[in-house]
Each structure stands twice: as structure tokens, then as C-alpha cells.
Design a protein around this ligand. Structure first.
Ligand code: SF4
Length: 350
């Protein structure tokens, strides 16, 4: 993985929404929706982003495409920091980076035909003659499995799955290299979720796409992602290759999320220990002192309420931020860390 080219490098990205109050409408605080996240996405890979509602994953996806103005940090695409580009320079970069939205119903203009919707980015970014645009629209409809005969129909005539195919075709119109898929299957019937995920995988293979796949569905993320980042209250608390994360989670929040994923095998499901988190995610306008997760963590210690844990490399390519992980984790290796975690849980000081 380390020899592969990094398409995207996000460094200490922050997105704070100001809160105004008082008679003079002065800024009295900020909602720290994304609060210092750092990660890379390699060319051709899928990075899954998981976490509960309100953890900042969708905001991070939009911030990475600069659909929101960022508060601090860098977003390097091919080495160019798009966080600092002017609107005109950003417009030139737009074709390379696109988004597939959660709710195809809400993201498609009901007054435009399918051809109009899919061709909109071509109208915006090319001077192609009408015939060439129409040929491209047909090509895209073929690529996502939509019948060309439906090009003049309106979105309401389609099912949820077909509408999402229209949204995907629109995202592909300008030959992007990078697509943020923001909960692309959450609004769809379970029966067609797998079809849409399979289509995304086929298109990735066909066009060499790189995905940031945002979802709260950990089973689907396990299926599609190469690596996974777990977000909690605006921060990445753990990031690892997919099999490593699901088989050896290092952070108590990841453990809790995984414990809630149903097992297909009923006998395994019966034996599984669920970790039920108490309380709600705290407000990102007023995060707790120390570790963000300290108000709900089943393994909380005194230090967690005082000091924010630093991110350490638990094993090659596996990062987590938790005081249970010794600072020397990267040098000692994952097995050693797991052993140390057990010792800490048993009351020993490692
Ligand atoms: Fe839990 Fe403490 Fe680790 Fe935070 S640092 S996840 S509160 S054990």
C-alpha cells in the first residue's frame, strides 16, 4: 500500500461552524463538526468512513470537496491544496472530484429530464455540440445500467435504485478520478442496496475511480472498503486496513460499533457480547475535555477526562487514539499492543 500513489492527502482539516448570540450577534462559540482530521486516500482505493449520526463524517466528505469553506488544514489532490484555491481555480478542479448524494429523490431536480440531469455537468464545463453531449449521456446511461429509452423521462418515473443510478451517471459525466459517496445506499430498500454497491465497484474497476465511502452500515463498508476510518465527534479515532479493523479493533468506540453488527451465523450471533453505549453523542459545540469519547467509554480512566490521547500506529497502517494504547505501540507491534491492553484492563501499568 505504501508504494501506491496518494491521490488525496487531508492534513489536520477543521471545519467549525460559528455560533452567534447576544444582542450584537457576536460569535459566542463554534460547532466543531470536523476537528483536526488527517488521512490519505490512495489512487484506486476505497476509504470507508464510519460512525454514528452526527459524528462529522458527511461534513468531512463535503469539506474534502470544498463544498464548505474549511476553517483550517490542507486538502491536497495531486499535491495541489484545494483548501486555498480561488473559486475560479476550484471550478477547473471540479471535474476531477464529484459526489454521490444520500437521497437521490432530493438531489435530482424533478423538473429536469434524465438527459438534462446527467448532461448538466457537461453544459457547465464543456462547449460540446448537442449531439456529442447526447452521445455521452447515452454512454453514461449504459454504464450505470439505465435504458437509453428513458432519457426523456423525469425522476419521479423511476424507483429509488434507478434514481441513484441517475445520480451516479451525473457524477461520472466529467470523467472524475475521485468520488465522495455520502451514504449512497441509506435511502434505498435493502433489496437493492447491494445492486448499487456492486455497480459502484464495477465502475471503480472500469474507470479506475477512487472512493471515499461514507456510511453507518458497517457490513456494507466491510464489503466495499480497502481501509476504514472511524469518526467520533469530529475526529478520526481509528484508521486501519479493513480486515485489521474488523478483526482487531484497537479503540473502544470501534469495538462498540462492531459489536452491534449482526452476524449472519445465528450461533455466532447468540454468543456475541454486545457493548451498549450509554447516553448520546455530546454536542460538537461543547465536546468533553480530554478524550472525546470519555463520557460514554466503557473503559474510561481518570487520564481520559483530562488529556486528549494522541494517535499512535498500533500496527503497520493501523492508527488509533486511545490512552489504552501505549505510545510505543508502533515499535512493539499489534500483538504486543493487544497484550498490553489486556494488562491495562486488568489494572496493571504498562
Ligand atoms: Fe476510552 Fe479513555 Fe480510550 Fe478515550 S482514551 S477511548 S475514554 S479508554
Amino acid at each position: 500500500m505504501s508504494e501506491r500513489k496518494k491521490l488525496l492527502q487531508v492534513i489536520d482539516l477543521k471545519l467549525h461552524f460559528p455560533i452567534y448570540g447576544g444582542l450584537l450577534r457576536r460569535q459566542v462559540g463554534a460547532v466543531k463538526a470536523v476537528d483536526g482530521v488527517t488521512f490519505d486516500i490512495f489512487e484506486g482505493e476505497t476509504l470507508g468512513i464510519v460512525g454514528e449520526s452526527g459524528c462529522g463524517k458527511s461534513t468531512a466528505g463535503r469539506a474534502v470537496l470544498r463544498l464548505y469553506e474549511t476553517t483550517a488544514g490542507s486538502i491536497l489532490i495531486d499535491g495541489v491544496d484545494i483548501a486555498t484555491l480561488s473559486q475560479e481555480e476550484l471550478r477547473k478542479k471540479r471535474p476531477a472530484m464529484q459526489m454521490v448524494f444520500q437521497d437521490p429523490q432530493a438531489s435530482l431536480n424533478p423538473r429536469m429530464t434524465v438527459a438534462g440531469i446527467i448532461g448538466e455537468p457537461l453544459d457547465e464545463h464543456t462547449n460540446w455540440p448537442r449531439a456529442k453531449k447526447l452521445e455521452r449521456i447515452y454512454e453514461l446511461m449504459d454504464a450505470v445500467g439505465l435504458n437509453r429509452d428513458f432519457a426523456n423521462r423525469y425522476p419521479h418515473a423511476f424507483s429509488g435504485g434507478q434514481r441513484q443510478r441517475i445520480g451516479i451517471a451525473r457524477a461520472l459525466a466529467l470523467n472524475p478520478r475521485f468520488i465522495v459517496c455520502d451514504e449512497p445506499i441509506a435511502a434505498l430498500d435493502v433489496s437493492i442496496q447491494a445492486q448499487v454497491v456492486n455497480l459502484l465497484e464495477e465502475l471503480q474497476e472500469q474507470f479506475g475511480l477512487t472512493y471515499m465511502f461514507i456510511s453507518h452500515d458497517l457490513s456494507m463498508v466491510r464489503h466495499i472498503a480497502d481501509r476504514v476510518a472511524v469518526m467520533y465527534l469530529g475526529k478520526i479515532v481509528e484508521l486501519a486496513p479493513v480486515s485489521r479493523l474488523y478483526d482487531h479493533p484497537a479503540h473502544p468506540y470501534t469495538e462498540a460499533l462492531l459489536s452491534a453488527v449482526p452476524e449472519p451465523d445465528p450461533s455466532l450471533e447468540r454468543r456475541k457480547d454486545r457493548i451498549v453505549l450509554q447516553g448520546d453523542v455530546p454536542s460538537p459545540a461543547n465536546p468533553p475535555k480530554g478524550c472525546n469519547f470519555c463520557t460514554r467509554c466503557p473503559k474510561v480512566m481518570d487520564i481520559c477526562r483530562e488529556t486528549e490521547p494522541v494517535t499512535v500506529e498500533v500496527a503497520p497502517g493501523h492508527f488509533a487514539a486511545c490512552h489504552l494504547i501505549p505510545q510505543t505501540a508502533g515499535q512493539t507491534g499489534g500483538a504486543e499492543v493487544e497484550h498490553n491492553q489486556t494488562r491495562i484492563q486488568q489494572g496493571e501499568v504498562v
